[in-house]
Write a new protein. Structure first.
Length: 490
């Protein structure tokens, strides 16, 4: 069935307190998607973020970001007052997130709410019990991390770093209130997200979630399960993840994530992966798996290298992992992020899984050669985007585009006026044979580089852009609907 949707991170929703939340504006966004005839809302990873604010480097693959908790609901429940919230500085620019101010204010106001919360609450304790397999480790990890001034767990005292039973018990007792505070955050995150997701689903809008293939080195996942990763006896990575040098980066991309010990995962029947993916389907309807080629082969960079130049390729688990997931969880909706240089074996893996791959229209217009990203080369079983969170907006890209590529795009898309560039790209996606078309919100609005979400391999300038209240209008929703109906995506 042909469908379409919109890509917008939760952080980019307008809200009163500095960053997007699961509050009233998120529900309004869903209403406008319904009015626009959209069947999908794609978001970015929901995990708690640390240094660099990237949702792809989270303190836990299971936990949710407490920034997204709607404070106005906590006010309605009597855990906060407007006065409590108004005394904090969450930033003064509605169009961008000020993460430093959010970090300094959000936890303080949530502590205020926690101080009034009854932890004997039946629903809270049911949540804690049902999620204990990850929640206990995450809450203790964060409490201990705070006790060490935010230091990575590799810098903690040896007894707690290596999870000695006596140390674990001592820290649980000493920081019991802090542990409960982090459980409280996760309870409200899950409660509010479930309500928002159910609201979207009732309007026939499915949520496309996004998970990174890797977890962060400084995370509850690695601390609690070091046996799953390529660590030495001191819990130091032997090698880390990244990408080799290419036309875009002379020294490659050094991500720094620990690599999986795939033979061990296979021995356990991929139990950790089964739990991880099963939990994803409690949060999302469709899961986009980032860096899919890493399951075929992964690039291993010696730990301590300052660039990605001297890595090498190692075999991943291949289809064996996905066969196990299908046997244990049944057939699920998955999107394979199969971008970048693809070998024959990666292409074969994607085909064998049956998962749709991604087509990025912005990549199509290389005037030197025919591209697989040109719409006439698409397969039905694919997801087409104008661009992703890692791309510039269409209007931003157009300003810096090579003149020959620009001339080719104008001819291919029959572009007559520069003010209609974004509309021509959207129309090409919507009219394509791909079963699904996903358009970033910024492209529907025709915004420039000021609305870009992320520039890969940079720090401090990303993940900040937000919709300003009133930008997504009913008129735009009607235009979306007309285009969606025209190309039979309703």
């Amino acid at each position: 069935m042909r469908k379409s949707g919109v890509l917008l991170p939760i952080s980019s929703i307008p809200s009163k307190y500095g960053i997007g939340t699961f509050g009233a504006k998120a529900y309004e966004f869903v209403d406008l998607l319904e009015k626009g005839g959209q069947g999908y809302w794609q978001i970015l990873p929901l995990g708690p973020t640390g240094y660099g604010d990237s949702p792809y480097q989270s303190f836990s693959t299971f936990a949710g970001n407490p920034y997204y908790i709607d404070l106005e609901e906590l006010i309605r429940e009597g855990l906060l007052t407007e006065k409590d919230c108004d005394k904090y500085d969450f930033g003064d620019n509605d169009a961008y997130v000020d993460y430093e101010k959010i970090y300094n204010a959000r936890f303080e106001v949530l502590r205020k709410a926690f101080s009034k919360f009854d932890i004997t609450n039946t629903l809270y304790n049911k949540f804690v019990s049902e999620n204990s397999y990850w929640l206990e480790d995450y809450a203790l990890f964060m409490a201990v991390k705070n006790s060490f001034g935010g230091a990575g767990y590799n810098e903690w005292d040896e007894d707690i770093k290596t999870r000695q039973p006596a140390a674990m018990q001592a820290y649980r007792e000493k920081y019991q209130d802090e542990v409960n505070f982090y459980k409280f955050q996760q309870y409200y995150f899950a409660k509010q997200w479930k309500e928002l997701k159910e609201y979207a689903n009732e309007k026939d809008i499915e949520i496309i979630g996004d998970i990174p293939i890797y977890v962060a080195f400084d995370s509850a996942d690695t601390w609690a399960n070091p046996e799953l990763f390529q660590f030495d006896d001191t819990l130091t990575p032997v090698a880390v993840a990244g990408c080799p040098p290419d036309a875009f980066s002379a020294t490659g991309q050094l991500w720094g994530n620990p690599l999986y010990k795939w033979p061990y995962h296979k021995e356990t029947g991929y139990e950790w992966w089964v739990k991880r993916i099963a939990y994803c389907y409690e949060l999302y309807d469709v899961v986009r798996i980032d860096h899919f080629r890493g399951f075929d082969e992964y690039y291993a960079i010696p730990y301590g290298d300052e660039t990605a130049e001297f890595g090498h390729w190692e075999p991943g688990p291949g289809y064996d992992l996905f066969q196990t997931l299908k046997e244990r969880l049944g057939e699920k909706k998955v999107i394979a992020e199969d971008l970048g240089f693809l070998t024959d074996t990666v292409i074969e893996l994607v085909k064998k899984t049956g998962y749709p791959g991604m087509k990025i229209l912005q990549f199509a217009f290389d005037s030197r050669e025919e591209s697989d990203y040109l719409p006439h080369n698409y397969e039905k079983n694919s997801i087409v985007y104008t661009g992703t969170h890692d791309n510039d907006t269409i209007m931003g890209w157009w300003k810096t585009c090579d003149k020959n590529d620009k001339a080719f795009a104008k001819k291919y898309l029959d572009i007559r006026s520069n003010k209609d560039i974004h509309k021509a790209f959207i129309r090409a996606c919507m009219s394509s044979v791909s079963d699904t078309a996903i358009i970033p919100m910024q492209d529907y609005l025709g915004l420039g580089s000021e609305a870009r979400i992320n520039i890969p391999s940079t720090l401090g300038i990303n993940w900040k852009w937000r919709l300003v209240d009133g930008q997504f209008t009913e008129e735009l929703a009607e235009q979306m609907y007309d285009l969606t109906k025209l190309y039979y995506r309703l």
